[in-house]
Ligand binder design. Structure first.
Ligand SMILES: [Zn+2]
Length: 291
């Protein structure tokens, strides 16, 4: 049963549907290919990682998202997570779907938390631009701010600038959901992390030359993860930090909790062996043995 209120997209007073912040096919896939449980890394992201839902869209607006979401699930997400497809040919619906998720996260969690920041007006302007774009299904064709890194091995360590890559980076890229905003004195970006996909939306301060073959275009195009690369070390540092947080979350558990988790993992190990979770854990193990 719906509930009456203001639809956050079309602004009509009407009956609202229970809407998901992150499309539910993503959480369904994570549950089906793992232990059936979801882990959370911090409180802010708990809402995102639980597959958070609330009444914020009317039925018409919810329908607007539907086609792009189905396209994304069938043509982009599932081929990559299930068959490790590296080259994607996509149309406008890929951009539309990713922006719709970004819009929901921005509108529902980020704006409320960033009111005191100097870039708050820029976030509000972006929210408005996306809202009007979603309503009219019309986008600025020249937009080159949406970028993607795909796969599980996204970090290449170069000799001139050695960094420590946390063991959990593979799990972070492979299986986790994370979203939010990252900023420094000079740069600001929104990010959206779902299994195998790391999307970045640049707000300001980035050098286009650092983003090589990573752009997702509003009109459609090709994406080849073999040539995609982000050379900005601030961006790399931020995501290594997110993966470290995941590591800390495991080591921060009480001995009792850890034992319980360990026992649980032993019991479940056979069960996840043939599933994606088993594959990712095995790959991370081999990689850490080789280091
Ligand atoms: Zn609406």
């Amino acid at each position: 049963m719906g509930k009456t209120g203001t639809c956050q997209l079309c602004k009509k007073e009407t009956v609202l549907e229970l809407s998901h912040l992150i499309p539910k096919f993503i959480f369904r896939w994570i549950k089906e290919t793992g232990t059936g449980y979801m882990r959370t890394s911090d409180n802010f992201n708990k809402r995102i990682q639980d597959g958070f839902k609330d009444y914020f869209l009317c039925a018409d607006c919810e329908d607007l998202f539907c086609e792009d979401e189905n396209y994304f699930a069938k043509n982009i997400f599932l081929p990559v997570v299930n068959r490790d497809v590296a080259v994607l040919e996509y149309d406008h619906r890929f951009y539309g779907c990713v922006v719709s998720i970004f819009w929901r996260v921005l509108k529902y969690t980020i704006l409320a938390e960033e009111k005191d920041q100097a870039f708050y007006p820029a976030l509000c302007a972006l929210e408005k631009e996306w809202r009007l774009g979603l309503l009219s299904q019309g986008w600025n064709r020249e937009d080159n701010r949406l970028h993607l890194l795909s796969g599980v091995d996204i970090v290449t360590v170069v000799a001139e600038d050695p960094v420590e890559v946390p063991d959990k980076m593979i799990q972070y890229m492979g299986r986790m959901v994370d979203a939010g905003i990252a900023d420094s004195d000079t740069k600001c970006m929104l990010f959206l992390k779902i299994p195998r996909f790391l999307f970045i939306y640049q707000l300001f301060g980035f050098d286009g030359a650092d983003f090589i073959s990573t752009c997702i275009r509003p009109e459609g195009g090709y994406y080849d993860r073999g040539s995609a690369k982000i050379a900005d070390t601030d961006v790399a540092g931020f995501f290594l930090g997110r993966a470290k947080m995941v590591e800390k979350m495991f080591s921060g558990m009480s001995p009792g909790q850890r034992e319980k988790t360990q026992k649980f993992s032993d019991e479940k190990r056979n069960e996840v062996q043939g599933k994606d979770l088993g594959k990712i854990l095995g790959y991370a193990q081999r990689k850490s043995n080789n280091n």
